[in-house]
Ligand binder design. Structure first.
Ligand SMILES: Nc1ncnc2c1ncn2[C@@H]1O[C@H](COP(=O)(O)OP(=O)(O)O)[C@@H](O)[C@H]1O
Ligand SMILES: [Mg+2]
Length: 228
């Protein structure tokens, strides 16, 4: 898949398959095309060349009326959490579920949201508003919202960029758990320490090109990344 902005290719002929049950890190310097690649997977933008398939659905070819169906299959986590400030943690998660499936009753949405909050370690904070939670807790709520509908794919764009290193580790542990449940998880990150220590699959983009795809256990040292 490729994506141009004007004459510039932000993503340039990237061929990438994500696997269920696998946590993959997406790394590369600023401007390498990481965010663009994630937005292609979510069909927030369309490729200007090539194909993007999500759970068998051709994201590059579907009509606008089918975009919602595709997005239901992709949970998304952002650096800045993007919680709705006037809703409680539980309501934020339930909102995600009811947007994904309009047929779900309020009671069922509440129950499933509480389950999702429990899974991220926040079972007792469902009634808290975002501004009553720490950054790490807010990101947990955002992760619960992203996985509550059990999407086959989860993408996260610099999810620990606003968090201290201890909290970043806790959040990455959660992504590992989510992958272990059978989800394909793709995490764009600059956190070299975590990437090198976890030894998961690492995909490197430079100038929009996939320059390296290292399988789990073969990450090696990535000191060159520390400066970007
Ligand atoms: N909406 C846009 N309009 C024009 N250029 C863009 C847009 N989004 C990204 N770009 C360009 O595409 C390239 C890749 O950006 P991005 O995907 O944000 O990289 P990364 O997330 O790795 O920092 C950069 O050169 C950036 O300036
Ligand atoms: Mg980015």
């Amino acid at each position: 898949m490729s994506r141009a902005y004007g004459s510039r290719l932000a993503v340039d002929g990237v061929d990438l398959n994500l696997h269920s049950g696998e946590l993959t890190f997406l790394v590369g310097p600023s401007g390498a095309g990481k965010t663009t690649l994630l937005r292609l997977i979510n069909r927030e933008i369309r490729p200007t060349g090539g194909e993007v398939k999500v759970d068998g659905i051709p994201a590059h070819a579907i009509k606008a009326s089918h975009v919602a169906e595709l997005r239901r299959r992709v949970g998304v986590v952002f650096q800045d959490y993007k919680l709705l400030p006037r809703l409680t943690a539980m309501e934020n998660v339930a909102f995600g579920l009811q947007v994904a499936d309009l047929r779900i009753s309020d009671d069922e949405a509440r129950e499933r949201s509480l389950d999702a909050l429990e899974a991220v370690g926040l079972g007792d904070r469902g009634n808290a508003f975002p501004n009553q939670l720490s950054g790490g807790q807010q990101q947990r709520v955002a992760i619960a919202r992203a996985v509550v509908a059990q999407p086959p794919v989860l993408i996260a764009d610099e999810p620990t960029g606003n968090l201290d290193q201890d909290t970043a580790w806790e959040i990455m542990d959660l992504f590992e758990d989510i992958a272990a449940w059978g989800t394909a998880v793709l995490v764009a990150t600059h956190n070299v320490d975590i990437v090198t220590r976890l030894q998961r699959r690492v995909v490197t983009l430079v100038h929009g090109r996939l320059v390296r795809d290292q399988p789990a256990g073969q990450t090696g040292r990535m000191a060159w990344l520390a400066s970007s």
